[in-house]
Design a protein around this ligand. Structure first.
Ligand SMILES: Nc1ncnc2c1ncn2[C@@H]1O[C@H](COP(=O)(O)OP(=O)(O)OP(=O)(O)O)[C@@H](O)[C@H]1O
Length: 789
């Protein structure tokens, strides 16, 4: 059984080493008592175990505190040292042995070499003494010398080694004796300390050694880092020193420069000072003079300023007075001119009115066609807004139209500017409607280019009706008269592509069968045309609605809803005087002609082109009729178209005829507008003869010629059978109205030699003139209507 104590484990973490890789004694105080106690316990356990096996050999060792541990550690150190020394002794022994062997080898080599040399020398001495061999011999001798020197060195070394060897041998012997003592006890007492056996401590030593090695390595690293840091610190320190040195140098340099500059400045100042004193003196002297001069100038200027200011005040007051005076004079002059102007305008207006009255009288006497002109405002189809027409401020019968920088002036009975309202237009038409009530034949037709506003003027819109509806409203208003009772019948037809269509007839198939016929006793009529008796405005509106629905219209380039036919609203007004029994037979024909159009401009084709051709042809026939009337031709070509044939009665002199010219205000339609205006101008100069009033009293048949529509009134302007002539004054002393009468039965048309028909006496399409074979009224199921048969 092995009685040697077992190794004692010591917690490595509690062992502290100083920089010299030795156990720091001071630090052992840091070892915890717990570790000491555990170490002690382990040590005691080993000793107890040894005692159990051989109780007499094992001495008792007490480790009670840190000092015991220190002792133990010292013992370990000693053992470690001795072991190292033992190892060194062995190494030395080994090295000595190796040196000895080498020495032996060298000795042998030397002896061999010497033998070889001696052999060679003898050979040389025996053989030829050739000079060639002297060099190798010399070399050999040198080598020998070297070898001898080496030999000497080796001898010295050998002696040294032998000496060392002897010393080591002695040490070895001593160690061996010590070692043998230790092994016999199981512990070694070394230098008075008890040391556990070498075998037990070897492991500890190895561990300690590895710790030392690690620590050493770490320390080396730390040392290295420290050195590096030292180096860096020293480097930066040296840099800093260099910089500081440089800075101090710069600072000194600048300081020197500054001092130099200061010296220079002081010197310069010293030089300038007397000069400045002199300058100051001069300036103070000059200043005094200048200030005085400036002061004087300023005073002068102030005086001048005051003078000028006074002058200006005087001048401005003078100017003000003068201006006031002049303004007063100008105002006086202007007011004088204004008064004169007003007077002139007044006179001129009176003259214009007078001229108009005379013109009206003349128109009445001559039976001229009255011509109004209305300019519609620009519409979206015009694609432009600039107007080429202008008006006269004081004369409402003048219109100017400019084409290609040339302005033409036209005179008409009345010109309506673009902003004229429907009611303003009707105000000028009212007198003619009145004439129709009084028993005259009246025809109003609108003429003009397509899209120029004919339908707008005649029909108008629902919210703003035109001449047609306003005329009928007016008729109904007048029909309220207590003395006269009126019966009104209405027919509506259109001339479409030279065919007559009844617009009040719902049966479309019959439309083409209508024809204009001449009565044997004279006068025209349309057999089969529905005549509806109207008693209220609602019935009239119904008629208009039916007519509008049945009328042919279409969209063209010029008009969103272009009339493709001539539309005629025929009204017969029979008035009966409830006191005298006298009867009047008036007629009112309201015609909305289709518009003339340039097919190249409207770009119509197919049906629209056919319509346009018929429209243009019939309008051209109307132009021919107007020309013939104007030029008093013996033949007037009424029968060339249905339109002129139908309008014959209105144009042959027994009617009051009003032509409303419609024009567009824009440049692109200027040629058509001028054409329309020229047409109207020709129409104005056509003399038709005075219109006659159609009335009967049962005994005598009087026909009166009107003297200006404005003076009409029921029963106010005829004297039954007795009046030959009379002059009445109306609208001022200058205006004298002429009354004329004709004997019973004298046909108005008989006065006109240039009429185509009628040949026999009689009047036109009026109920009063109906002969026994003339159509009678028949009841129409839906309405109170008549159909001429
Ligand atoms: N005085 C006016 N004020 C406002 N709009 C107007 C006036 N006159 C005409 N117009 C407008 O101009 C357009 C063309 O007018 P309208 O249909 O009456 O022309 P027209 O001469 O009857 O044309 P067409 O011969 O092709 O039937 C319509 O849209 C109508 O409302």
């Amino acid at each position: 059984m092995d009685l040697s104590p077992r190794p004692i484990s010591i917690n490595n973490s509690n062992l502290k080493l100083n920089q010299d890789h030795e156990v720091d004694e001071n630090l052992t105080d840091g070892v915890s008592t717990k570790v000491i106690r555990s170490n002690k316990r382990a040590f005691e356990k080993v000793l107890d175990e040894s005692r159990v096996s051989s109780p007499k050999k094992v001495p008792r060792i007490e480790i009670d505190d840190v000092s015991d541990l220190k002792k133990y550690r010292d013992i370990c150190e000693n053992i470690k040292r001795k072991k190292k020394e033992h190892q060194q002794k062995n190494e030395l022994r080994h090295a000595t042995f190796k040196s000895e062997r080498r020495f032996q080898r060298l000795l042998k080599a030397k002896e061999d070499l010497i033998g070889c040399l001696e052999q060679r020398i003898s050979e040389l001495e025996d053989g030829s003494k050739d000079s060639d061999v002297s060099t190798p011999i010399t070399k050999l001798l040198e080598t020998i010398k070297k070898l001898e020197a080496e030999n000497e060195e080796l001898k010295v070394k050998m002696i040294d080694t032998e000496f060392k060897l002897k010393r080591y041998m002695k040490d070895c012997e001593r160690f061996e004796s010590l070692y043998s003592n230790r092994t016999s006890l199981g512990l070694t007492v070394f230098d008075g300390n008890v040391v556990p056996s070498v075998q037990g401590t070897t492991t500890d030593i190895a561990k300690l050694k590895s710790i030392f090695t690690l620590t050493e390595t770490k320390l080396k690293q730390l040392q290295k880092e420290k050195e590096e840091l030292h180096f860096k610190v020293s480097e930066s320190e040296s840099n800093r020193m260099i910089e500081e040195k440089r800075f101090i140098e710069d600072k000194n340099c600048l300081k020197n420069e500054f001092l130099d500059e200061q010296i220079k400045y002081t010197e310069h100042l010293a030089q300038c000072k007397p000069l400045i004193v002199v300058e100051k003196k001069v300036v103070s002297q000059v200043d005094e003079v200048t200030v005085k001069t400036v002061q004087d100038t300023l005073n002068n200027l102030t005086n001048d300023y005051h003078c000028v200011k006074n002058l200006i005040t005087q001048i401005s007051s003078t100017i003000k007075t003068e201006t006031e005076e002049t303004t007063r004079k100008i105002q006086k002059a202007i007011s004088g001119v204004d008064t004169r102007n007003k007077e002139l305008v007044h006179r001129y207006t009176n003259e214009v009115q007078l001229r108009k009255l005379y013109h009206n009288q003349l128109v009445e006497l001559r039976g001229n066609i009255r011509v109004y002109c209305r300019v519609r405002p620009p519409i979206k189809e015009d694609e432009e807004v600039d107007s080429v027409v202008s008006f006269d401020t004081y004369d409402d019968g003048i219109i100017n139209i400019t084409s290609k920088s040339k302005t033409q002036q036209f005179h008409f009975d009345k010109v309506f500017p673009m902003d004229a309202s429907q009611s303003q237009v009707f105000d000028e038409v009212r007198s003619l409607v009145r004439s129709a009530i009084d028993g005259f034949h009246v025809c109003i037709f609108a003429y003009g280019q397509t899209g120029s506003g004919k339908t707008y003027t005649m029909e108008g819109t629902v919210s703003d009706p035109g001449v047609n509806q306003r005329a009928l409203s007016y008729l109904f208003e007048e029909a309220q008269n207590t003395v006269w009772q009126y019966e009104i019948e209405a027919s509506m037809l259109e001339i479409y592509n030279e065919t007559i269509r009844d617009l009040l007839d719902a049966d479309c198939e019959d439309k083409n069968k209508l024809e204009i016929k001449m009565k044997p006793e004279g006068g025209l009529y349309v057999p089969g045309l529905i005549a509806t008796s109207v008693k209220s405005l609602d019935e009239v509106n119904e008629i208009f609605e039916t007519g509008r629905r049945n009328r042919a219209t279409a969209k063209t380039m010029m008009n969103e809803r272009s009339s493709r036919s001539h539309c005629l609203l025929l009204l017969s007004i029979v008035g009966v005087n409830t006191i005298t029994g006298n009867k009047t037979f008036g007629r009112l024909n309201l015609v909305d002609l289709a518009g003339s159009e340039r097919t190249s401009k409207t770009q119509v084709e197919g049906t629209r082109l056919q319509e346009a051709k018929h429209i243009n042809k019939s309008l051209s026939c109307l132009g021919d009729v107007i020309n013939a009337l104007k030029n008093k031709h013996s033949h007037v070509p009424y029968r060339n178209s249905k339109l002129t044939y139908f309008l014959q009665e209105s144009l042959d002199g027994d009617s009051k005829t009003l032509m409303i010219l419609q024009i567009s205000p824009v440049e692109k339609n200027v040629s058509e507008s001028i054409f329309t205006l020229n047409f109207g101008q020709r129409g104005m100069s056509a003399e038709l003869g005075a219109a006659t009033k159609k009335m009967e009293d049962g005994k005598e048949h009087f026909v009166y010629e009107s003297e200006g529509s404005s003076v009409h009134g029921p029963g106010a302007h005829f004297r039954e059978g007795k009046i030959k002539s009379a002059i009445r004054c109306n609208e001022g002393p200058q205006v004298k109205k002429l009354l004329r009468w004709e004997v019973k039965g004298t046909p108005s048309s008989a006065r006109r030699p240039n009429c185509e028909t009628p040949k026999s006496p009689g009047t036109s399409l009026t109920p009063s003139n109906r002969t026994p074979n003339f159509p009678k009224t028949v009841s129409v199921p839906s309405k109170l209507s008549v159909r001429y048969k």
